[in-house]
Each structure stands twice: as C-alpha cells, then as structure tokens.
Design a protein around this ligand. Sequence first.
Ligand code: GLC
Ligand code: CA
Length: 568
Amino acid sequence: MTDVLDSPTRTAELLHAPDSPDAAWWRSAVIYQIYPRSWADGNGDGIGDLPGVTARLPYLKALGVDAVWFSPFYRSPQADAGYDVSDYRDIDPLFGTLEDADAMLATAKELGLKVIVDLVPNHSSDEHAWFQAALAAGPGSPERERYMFRDGQGEDGSEPPNDWHSVFGGPAWTRVEDGQWYLHLFDSKQPDFNWEHPEVRAEFESILRFWLDRGVDGFRVDVAHGLIKEEGLPHWSADLHLLDEGRHGDDAPKPPMWDQDGVHEIYRQWRAILNSYGQPDRILCAEAWVEPQERAVMYVRGDEMHQAFNFDFLSTQWRAEDLREVVASSLRAADSVGAPSTWVLSNHDVVRHASRLGLPVGKPRPNGISAADPQPDRALGLKRARAATTLMLGLPGGAYLYQGEELGLPDSTDMPHEYRQDPAFHRTNGEEIGRDGCRVPMPWQKDAPSFGFGASADTWLPQPSVYGDYAVDQQEGVAGSTLELYRSLLAARRERGLGTGGLRVVEGLGDDVVAFENVDAAGEATLVLANLGAEPVALPEGARVLVASGALDADGRVPVDTAVWATR
Ligand code: GLC
Ligand code: CA
C-alpha cells in the first residue's frame, strides 16, 4: 500500500467511496460517441456510413475506450440528422444496411468494444408509417391517438391548442389539412408520440428487444425527460432552448413538457427488459436536461436507467470553484441513489470544448458560433480543453467522449450559412446558429481528399482548412499531441482503476487549483490536479507525474491551464 500524498493537506473524509474493482463494466466505462454522418465515409459519397466505421474501429481499440455510442443510423428523412426516425428497425440507406450493422457489431465484439445505440422515443419522423396512417385516418381515429393531435383554439380552431414553443424555434404545433394540430417539441417533421397510449409503449418495448436480440449493449435515450406531458397541456410561453430544456430553478414553476413524474414508470419497464437479458449488463443512458441534480438522478435509481449525462459538468465555466462544486455535488447526487456519476464535455449538440473554453470565462455559452460572432482563442481553448479532459478522466464514474475531441478539434466557426442544416438555424431564421459547427467530418489524413474522411473531396458539411493539421496521421506517435495525451490518459486510467476509485479533496494549493486524490480500494492514491490560476503551481514534494496535459515548467511546476496526474 502506497502512502497517500501527505502534503499539502487532504481532507480526511472521502467525497465518494471507491467502487468494488469488479463492479459492472458500465460504472466506470469510457464511451466514445460516433456521429455516423461524420466519422468515416466508406463509399465516397461525402457522408459517413457503417462500412466506413467498421473499417476504422481498430482506431478506437487503440485509443483505449470501452464502448461506442452511435447517434441514430435508422431509416430517416434526415430532417434532424437522423433524430427523426421513420423506421426504428432498419438502417438508413445513407449509412448502409442491417447486414452492415451486424458486421459492425461483430467487429466491435471481436475487438472487445461494447456498442450503444441511440433510441429516439419522444417523437418519430412525420414519414413514419404510424404518422402517415394518423394523417390518413382523420380526427377522432384510433390512429391519431398514438400522437398528440388536438383541435385548435378560436372560433375556427385556427389558433394552436396552446402557446408552447418548439425547442428549435417557432410554435410547437403544426396544423394539418383537416384542421387539427399536432404537437412537435422539436421540428415539424418530428411529431411527439402519445406515451399514455399502450400501443406506443408496446412498440418501444419491441424495438428494444429487436436491437438487444441483434447484440447491442445498450441505449442512449434521446430526450428522456420529455415523453410524458402534464395533463391538459397547460400554457407555457417561455422559450425552450436546447441547452435549457427542463432546466429551471428550484422554486421556478416546472415546464409542463419536461421531467414529469410519469416518465419513470416507462424506464422501470425498460430496465426489467434489459435485466432479462442477463450478464453482462445491457445499459440505458438518459439524455435528460433536468435540474436540480436531485431530480436528474431520479432517472438513475436502481430500477431505472444505469447512467445519465452530467450536463451540469459540461455547462460549468472554467473556474476552479465552480468545477470543485460541480464535481462534489455530482458525486453526492449520484451516490444518493447508488449510481455512478458520469462526465462529459462535448457532444453533437454543443460547441466543442476546445472552442468553448477559448471564449471569455463568465459569458453565457453560445449554442453555435458563426463568422459574425467573437471568435474563440484557438490555442487557449485547446490548452484548457486538454486540461479539462485530464481532470475529467481522473474522476470516478463513467465518461463520454465525442468524436474528434481526442484530436483537439475546434468547432467550425466560419461555416458559410448556405451549408447549415440544423433545423434550429432555419426555424429561427439564423438567430440560433445551430449545431452544425461541431458536426463536421473527421480529419484522418492531412494530404488526402476530405482529409481522409472518404474518397470524395466534398463532404456534407465543409471541413475548415485547419482541420488538416489536426488529422490523425499528424498526431499518431507524436509525443505531446492531443491524440497521444488521450491514449496515455485512457491507459493510465485503466491501469490505476481511476474509474472505480474513491475521491477526496486536496486542499492547501490555493483557490485556483482543483485537486483531488483518486483512491482505489487498497488505498493507492493518484493526485488529479488542474491549475486554473494565473501562476504556475508546485506539486507536492516527491510527486511523480504520470500524465500531464502540457509540459511542466523548468522548475517542474504545473503551468497555468494545465492538469496532471501524479503519484509518488
Ligand atoms: C436530442 C438530440 C438532438 C436532437 C433532439 C431531438 O437533444 O441530442 O441532437 O436534435 O434530441 O431529437
Ligand atoms: Ca458514405
């Protein structure tokens, strides 16, 4: 047993107790998100696809992640990049076939990578057979009952049934030819299901089984906090922004479309289905933009989902005090229900953290950045992003990585508007820039068409010219590159069991330093330290650095905006 680092002071109590080292895989897994349109293009049409993914899966094995989560690859008119599903049991021809999915699953299994798929239960595409049947069958029909059809207000029903806004801007209701209206919390091509309907529930249970039988290891559940709406659909005129969905203060009234108690019964039923598949566990991860944390962790009670994204961590500003607080409160909240916390910094809905952290601290975070906006400081953003990731991967629990962050990719921040596809951009007439900037195809090779993304030089969203410098082949084997930093972090995290560790606060290093000791069940400690101050920080005496997000200074001190893992 190694002595814990004894100087500077550490608090006696653990903020969080270690998990058993043989705890279920998902309690400490690092899960890599693939956005299928933008990872690897196998057939050269400029859009990523499953054969492209399968060919490149060994890259993820070498990176050292445990699992892959795929954003939707189902049949879809692609009105919201696949989050508008027209057939939940088939692959969109853009991405390949069911056989391609099976081949991908088989390769992942051979490599020892688990596969999580996206499930979109809040809404379907308007081109889904059920919605088409509902349109054809008319008002009052059983077919309409599976969605949220209502008569309008006003004498001729020409006013929407209530005043709800769509998350993507504009009204949340669209009128059909016979005069009725249907609810869509997102785009008009994404009608909300009626989750009070037993057929909707039965259909999704069957869809779960369809993919479980094909061998998937779990589901990321889209808009998990939205399925049940408050009875009577009471008025709610506040704007719904993507990052604010369901986020409201403790005392503020609760939005009638988010986080209704009725959702939990659905997840208990799903959990029972997953449990019936036995060992190893198949998992559910909630995308639930819910606060406060006490409400958010209700989704991960023992008989519900396994994980939920920690959007509080993602939304935290680059300030030591805020980071200390969010780490402590996340662990406290998750511990209260016996779930592991999760950590995430980037995904397909937010500005990549290498760009986000290059914006001034304290300002509200934009949902997207355009050429007309203040531009992030690219070098500062990357430095902080590397430090933030080093801090994140040193914390116990699950962690989610978004494709390209291991290359330090910035957002595309000067994309010409004619390329933009996010419905949020179009529904707000460009007022919301939208999420296209974080969805640009991956650079694999600097000197190849589309930077090695595929055979075609054209990609569905244009790649910024700087992406060539970030390409995989520019970083592989290069000491100090972001890719090699991620590989080192993931290898050390596994070797030292940091994902199942306990956590203790280390004090006495100054207000601008975030420092924890990650301790395993045998008491072996790893110091995880990030310097957010204005001066370099000396490490405790005798500390041996395992991994650092940037070079230490000549005196062996940790520079500003740098994080390290150390032991002694
Ligand atoms: C989730 C997805 C987002 C999508 C929305 C509607 O927030 O992450 O990409 O647009 O749901 O399905
Ligand atoms: Ca393709």
